[in-house]
Design a binder for this molecule. Structure first.
Ligand SMILES: [Zn+2]
Length: 230
């Protein structure tokens, strides 16, 4: 049995090292968590999001504000946790990251004019396959923490895009174009778009352009992690 599945049966043990969790620790003990690589300030995270997305899109995709908790490194403990969150049924981890993201955003102040929160959607078939959308679970925790409405039905994925894993940066950029569609309006003036990991920003860019066409004046981004070139 996979360690991650074991965690479903024994939620009081660390997902990664199987040590018993101490009070206050959730899903992952503090020594495993020490392997995560958090941003030290809001401006550092936002700056790195702008540089990453800017390096792929220039000024074709300008987002209003950007929030992110961690740098994402391959083969890190964070990667293992995010993998479990996405594929192993441990969606409570996503909600917990959402609350953490909400606290992080509130501590930055200046989030007052966000009207609604939208998660990057999965194609309905993929959602059936996985039974939940990890980004939507993150967005649930975030919406609760920020006390902002989560618009589940606003954006849909109309194309079954291939997984981004294993694609080159160029392919990733092309992959999500035309993948999204608005289903129910009206779109809020300032939409906060939520995803788990930002790699090139291609998915966010494609989703944001549909939201803008639908009437959003500002689109801001929130993600658990930003992939770092290694
Ligand atoms: Zn551990």
């Amino acid at each position: 049995m996979l360690d991650q599945q074991l965690h479903l049966l024994f939620p009081h043990v660390c997902l990664l090292c199987q040590k018993r969790l101490l009070p206050g620790e959730q899903y992952c003990c503090s020594s495993c968590r020490a392997g995560f690589d958090p941003f030290s300030s809001h401006s550092e995270a936002e700056g790195m999001l702008r540089r990453t997305i800017g390096s792929h899109f220039g000024d074709k995709f300008l987002f209003d504000r950007g929030w992110c908790l961690y740098r994402f490194h391959k083969k890190s403990s964070l990667q293992q946790v995010l993998h479990a969150m996405k594929y192993e049924g441990l969606f409570n981890i996503a909600k917990s990251f959402g609350s953490q993201l909400g606290e992080w955003m509130r501590s930055a102040g200046d989030i007052g004019d966000i009207d609604c929160i939208v998660a990057v959607p999965l194609h309905p078939l993929k959602k059936m396959e996985r039974s939940y959308n990890q980004s939507e679970k993150i967005a649930e925790g975030l919406a609760q923490s920020l006390q902002k409405p989560l618009r589940r039905e606003l954006l849909v994925r109309k194309r079954y895009t291939v997984s981004q894993t294993g694609l080159s940066a160029q392919e990733r950029k092309k992959n999500p174009e035309g993948a999204f569609q608005l289903r129910k309006g009206p779109v809020g003036r300032h939409v906060l778009l939520v995803d788990d990991v930002v790699t090139t920003g291609a998915t966010m860019a494609a989703a944001a352009s549909v939201l803008r066409e639908g009437g959003a004046e500002k689109v801001s981004l929130a993600a658990v992690a930003l992939a770092i070139k290694e």
